[in-house]
Ligand binder design. Structure first.
Ligand SMILES: Nc1ncnc2c1ncn2[C@@H]1O[C@H](COP(=O)(O)OP(=O)(O)OP(=O)(O)O)[C@@H](O)[C@H]1O
Length: 761
């Protein structure tokens, strides 16, 4: 080691100790912030001018105190930016930490504008950054919850070396007591080059994706990766993530690799420390912009959507909190999987729901045959329902209104009423608004007549006329009060009514599929199906606009029917949408085949469709298998390039057995030899049989093993997936091959395909 190396080592070691001291200061400041927030709740409610103020202020303060209390224990910063020519750098973490609200922050929130360079700066575009530092943490060995064990600097100024340092502590680089310094000896690449251990450097394009812990540092290049120098295993010093070079995403280093390889036990975690430039662009898109992310499995769509929600809450707190933010997921299993991401980012009050729960006016008690459900979810139903609702309005001649007023009787002729109705109809207001307009215009006519005779009339007179029985009777006759349940029950229970509303829209067969064969005695006793709830919501929306949200994040959006899309569109008329999905993972009978069409149903035809193609979950070998299936799906979607070169795929044939369950038990037993979660995914009809076999073998119940029906696995991930009898999964439903594609792409590290029948690819 040269004396220059020794000096560098000493400098970095001293820097590491300084960072640890800073973390101790931050920890103390956070403890004071939590205590201060608790006190503010007590004080804030007392000092407010009014009860309403106290409530609002109290709510805000309580939410903040709750968010602080619920923060998971962990490192308080994950990065640092030193800007050229500026003083001490900014530490970046999940939450702003300061000794006082007005004091300069000890840690800057990752969503603050200044933090953007942490995700976006590169040697090609340093954005004023001299050094980007990343920190490596391990479970605490000093009685602390976490311990700073390593860090790595990236010099974004050409000519400076990248360096990493770690102390020999658990999880840290280097052996016990050893200090290792990695300069950039592997700086073989010039600008924009990346070298991957064991592989030739990717030439100048700057494009490339690097395997776990095998990155050579690129001096002055697009990437300053973690050195592959001996004594710096990936578990220690954190790696580096290069900015977008030449329009391509370049990912490098230990931090990301370690994050990707981490065993997946428990719920989804945040990715604030490792957001990639193309993901960051989506996270920080303007509030007014609706965006649609088409991403292959494991490209981080869900992660991006959740971080975007957190970003919007931080950047537009008033507007978003006033308008509300809603996260929609496909089912409750998925929601509980993602539930902890936003609280970990300090956001506790976000509504996370399924569309079904969001629109539930009644419990689902009925089930539709497939053909009936398909018609109910079809976009043409919107017009059928509109006709059913507005068909109740009398457009022809109406009865005269005669309102007694003392010895007088004010009259509005039938043809005048008809004219008022026609005028309001032409304005196309929501039905309920229209009804009130008809009433107020009839009253206005009477008022004009009365005032011509008697001059200005008092407000009390006006109120009396408005409430006059004759006026209400007229409004009820020409523009009757409606309840969604009555409208739908009449439509589904009365063939003639249905024929009128569906004329020219639905053919006879479709109408027959819709109609109830045995209508309930009254709307109250109807057994509404899931699709009926969507129709009731549509009718409800025709009557009255529902309360909207400022922003809605919709995950697995490819699976929504046109009518479900409309239910979301109604709730975000004046807000914006983040639409997440993958056309290849569409499994519902009505799943979208084109984003522009789906976006039009969602009411945001101008939303930009952005592809994500870097795969963070599925290993290359597994992706190669899934891609064979993708070829058969006939969906035109960009393919993912896996970041993962590791991972294992095993196809196990249950020789001679009609039932592969014994082979499943073996596969699960072997999977347990590795770390992490095991997901056993079978066709829905097979899942309980598989569960019983694993119970009988004494393998379950186990916190590491989940037996899950194929229809519930969307959006989830397991270290090891055992996919049981692909042919049965593919056969179970019309879009069974798409379902199988979803199943195969749940694996983080290893996939076992167990089969007795021929494989469907
Ligand atoms: N920048 C990143 N850094 C670290 N991990 C990431 C990053 N982006 C995504 N991941 C991880 O990759 C995995 C897949 O992410 P996510 O579930 O968001 O993908 P998806 O596109 O929604 O997948 P699917 O279509 O299969 O539901 C998750 O474990 C996520 O935490």
């Amino acid at each position: 080691m040269t004396s220059a190396d020794l000096t560098a080592r000493e400098d970095l070691t001293a820097a590491l100790h300084r960072e640890r001291a800073h973390h101790d200061v931050c920890r103390a400041a956070l403890a004071a912030m939590i205590e201060g927030a608790d006190q503010q709740v007590v004080v804030g409610e007392d000092v407010s001018a009014s009860g309403a103020d106290a409530e609002v202020l109290g709510y805000g303060l309580r939410s903040r105190a709750k968010a602080l209390h619920e923060l998971p224990e962990g490192p308080l910063f994950f990065g640092r930016l030193d800007f050229v020519g500026q003083g001490p750098g900014h530490h970046i973490g999940r939450l702003r930490i300061s000794t006082h609200p007005a004091a300069p922050p000890l840690v800057v929130d990752w969503r603050a504008p200044v933090s953007r360079a942490f995700y976006q700066a590169s040697t090609r575009d340093p954005q004023g950054v001299a050094i980007r530092r990343r920190f490596g943490w391990a479970p605490g060995s000093r009685g602390d919850s976490t311990d700073l064990t390593g860090m790595e600097d990236e010099y974004l100024t050409v000519g400076e070396p990248a360096a990493s340092v770690g102390l020999g502590e658990p999880g840290g680089p280097g052996g016990p007591g050893e200090v290792s310094v990695a300069g950039s000896p592997a700086g073989s690449g010039g600008s924009g080059e990346v070298s991957v251990a064991g592989e030739p450097a990717v030439p100048g394009s700057g494009e490339g994706y690097l395997a776990a812990g095998s990155v050579g540092a690129a001096r002055g290049g697009a990437v300053g990766g973690q050195s592959a120098a001996p004594g710096v295993p990936p578990s220690g010093a954190e790696g580096s993530v290069g900015g977008a070079a030449g329009g391509q995403v370049v990912v490098a280093g230990g931090l990301l690799s370690r994050e990707l390889e981490r065993p997946r036990v428990g719920p989804m975690r945040d990715i604030a420390a490792t957001i990639q430039p193309e993901q960051d662009d989506l996270v920080r898109a303007a509030l007014a912009d609706s965006v649609c992310v088409q991403g292959a499995p494991g490209t981080g769509k869900t992660a991006v959507g959740l971080h975007r929600a957190a970003y919007l809450l931080y950047t537009h707190p008033q507007r978003i909190r006033r308008g509300g933010l809603l996260i929609l997921g496909p089912n409750r299993t998925f929601l509980s999987y993602i539930a902890e991401v936003l609280p970990a980012l300090g956001e506790t009050g976000v509504r996370q729901s399924t569309l079904r729960d969001e629109i539930a006016r009644h419990p689902v008690k009925g089930e539709d045959p497939d053909t009936t459900a398909a018609v109910k979810h079809d976009g043409r139903m919107a017009e059928v329902l509109r006709r059913a609702v507005y068909g109740r309005v009398t457009t022809g001649p109406a009865q005269e209104v005669a309102v007694p007023d003392g010895s007088y009787r004010w009259r509005v002729a039938g043809h005048e009423v008809a004219g008022i109705v026609a005028g309001v109809l032409a304005e196309e207001p929501p039905y309920e608004v229209g009804r009130e307009r008809v009433r107020s215009r009839i009253v206005r006519r009477i008022q004009e007549r009365a005032e011509r005779r008697a001059g200005a009339l008092p407000a009390a007179w006006l109120r009396r006329i408005e409430r006059a029985r004759a006026v209400s009777a007229c409004v009820d006759a020409v523009w009757p009060k409606l309840r969604p349940e009555e409208v739908l029950a009449e439509l589904l229970g009365d063939r003639e009514e249905l024929a009128r509303a569906a004329d020219g829209l639905l053919d006879e067969e479709e109408q027959a599929a819709l109609g109830w064969s045995r209508p309930p005695r009254s709307p109250r006793s109807a057994r509404w199906s899931a699709a009926d709830l969507v129709l009731l919501d549509e009718i409800g929306g025709l009557l009255e606009h529902p309360q909207g949200y400022g922003h809605v994040v919709v995950d697995e959006a490819q699976d929504l029917s046109p009518m479900e899309c409309r239910a979301i569109a109604r709730r975000v008329r004046f807000g914006s949408l983040t639409v997440l999905g993958d056309l290849a993972q569409g499994t519902t009978p009505w799943a979208a085949r084109s984003w522009p069409v789906q976006l039009a149903h969602l009411g945001k035809p101008d939303a930009t469709v952005v592809p994500l193609t870097v795969g963070f979950r599925v290993p290359g070998a597994v992706l190669a298998l899934a891609d064979r299936l993708l070829d058969r799906l006939g969906t035109d979607v960009p393919r993912a390039r896996s970041l993962r070169r590791d991972g294992a795929l095993r196809i196990r044939r249950a020789d001679g057995a009609a039932d592969p369950v014994a082979a499943v038990v073996t596969a699960v037993r072997e999977a347990l030899a590795h770390e992490g979660s095991v997901g056993v995914v079978a066709a829905d009809a097979e899942a309980s049989h598989v569960r019983e076999a694993l119970d009988a073998a004494g393998l379950t119940p186990s916190p590491r093993i989940t037996v899950i029906p194929a229809t519930l696995v969307k959006g989830l991930e397991y270290d090891h997936v055992v996919a049981v009898e692909p042919a049965a999964i593919a056969e179970a439903e019309p879009r069974g091959l798409n379902r199988l594609y979803v199943v195969l792409t749940r694996a983080v590290s290893r996939l076992d395909v167990v089969h007795a029948r021929a494989l469907p690819w």
